[in-house]
Design a protein around this ligand. Structure first.
Ligand SMILES: Nc1nc2c(ncn2[C@@H]2O[C@H](COP(=O)(O)OP(=O)(O)OP(=O)(O)O)[C@@H](O)[C@H]2O)c(=O)[nH]1
Ligand SMILES: [Mg+2]
Ligand SMILES: [Zn+2]
Length: 351
């Protein structure tokens, strides 16, 4: 394993996948950005702009290479032949009318969930990010920016801490790099972190400060509603001078969840523990008698906002899971149809 690839985050989890095959180590590379038909990959020979193999071009979004992926290139280092199994994957259901799962960042160790100490801060949004992060298999860290613009950082810290016990909360004024040590401590040598959050919270400002270089453009938020201007438009993995890798992600407008059956119980463990004491095993915690969850709200132990968000995420997840299952079944039927048509043609050709 070359030192350059190790610095890019190459660990045995990936090299083992090609051990015993005829794939040479110098064909391994890491995807740093993805354009419409090309991807940028760093390998032992340096940075390359490469194409996708015909099979990968036809694959669904989740199976195509994404930022952070480890890939196998062909011998001329011009084409991605294979995407190695991922250690972790942060993903969402595509925005708008899309029902396809969209990968956002692969093989990340830490997800830096960035939010700012102003009107942008919303517990429900953080809960949404956390369920997807736990599902992704990455370590979540909540980063509170713009501490210089509030007199009440402590309230924001305790609101962030109330979301899930044990999740670290870091604070920073990203315009002052001396306040970034807490965030930097989460990006070890050779490890990968990704910056996610709404537009304008300061993700690219953090990247530029940690990279000690203005790598990404930043722009001021709108004064009237404190919303960002979607300045960053593509995802990119950067190597930091202090070691470690950082993916800057454009501000996410709509983070729809899918496949969060397991992680929802981790993030909302308090509600699920209460639910075990409800009179009815299938209690929906709406109007049922003997509901321990509703009782906890009445006693001010649980916030009604939190229960409403839990219910909303569960509904959204159920809908997404049903839609995905339906699409997969359709895909299988289509595959079967193509196979049958081919067989029929072979038989016809043979006669
Ligand atoms: N006062 C203050 N301003 C900050 C801080 N962090 C970022 N900003 C400012 O907030 C604005 C938006 O920052 P960006 O880094 O562009 O935000 P972003 O999250 O990358 O936004 P998108 O690329 O649109 O997703 C810029 O004007 C920054 O200078 C901070 O901690 N304090
Ligand atoms: Mg940005
Ligand atoms: Zn109940």
């Amino acid at each position: 394993m070359s030192e350059a690839l190790q610095k890019l985050g190459l660990v045995p989890f990936f090299t083992q996948q090609i051990a015993g095959t005829s794939i040479p180590g110098n064909c391994l590379g890491r995807v740093t950005s993805v354009q419409r038909s090309k991807s940028t990959v760093i390998c032992d020979a340096g940075k390359r702009s490469v194409e996708l193999s015909p099979t990968l071009r036809q694959a669904t979004a989740i199976d195509r290479p994404t930022v952070g992926d480890w890939v196998v290139l062909d011998e001329s280092l011009t084409r991605i032949e294979q995407v190695l199994e991922r250690k972790s994957l942060f993903k969402r259901i595509g925005a708008g009318s899309s029902t396809e799962i969209q990968p956002i960042a692969a093989n990340i160790d830490t997800l830096l969930i960035v939010t700012s100490c102003n009107e942008e801060f919303k517990e429900s949004r953080l809960e949404r990010y956390l369920t997807l992060c736990v599902e992704a298999g990455a370590m979540p860290v909540i980063v509170l920016t713009k501490t210089d613009l509030t007199d009440d950082t402590d309230t924001y810290i305790s609101r962030a801490r109330s979301i899930q016990a044990g999740v670290p909360v870091e604070t920073t004024n990203a315009l002052d790099p001396t306040t970034l040590d807490g965030v930097r401590a989460w990006i070890d040598d050779n490890s990968t972190a990704a910056l996610v959050g709404s537009s304008g919270v300061g993700k690219s400002t953090i990247l530029n400060a940690l990279a000690e270089n203005p790598l990404a453009a930043t722009s001021e938020i709108r004064e009237q509603d404190k919303k960002g201007r979607h300045t960053t438009t593509h995802r990119e993995l950067h190597q930091l001078p202090s070691g470690g890798l950082l993916i800057d992600v454009p501000g996410i407008r709509e983070l729809r969840v899918a496949e969060i059956e397991h992680s929802i119980g981790t993030v909302f463990e308090d509600i699920e523990l209460l639910a075990m004491q409800c009179q009815f095993a299938d209690c929906n915690h709406v109007t049922e008698p003997g509901c321990a969850v509703l009782q906890a709200i009445e006693e001010n132990i649980l916030d009604s906002r939190r229960l409403a968000n839990y219910q909303k995420l569960r509904r959204e997840n159920a809908l997404a899971t049903a839609t995905l299952a339906e699409k997969r079944a359709q895909g299988r039927d289509f595959g079967k149809m193509v196979k049958e048509a081919k067989l029929l043609k072979q038989r016809k050709d043979a006669t």
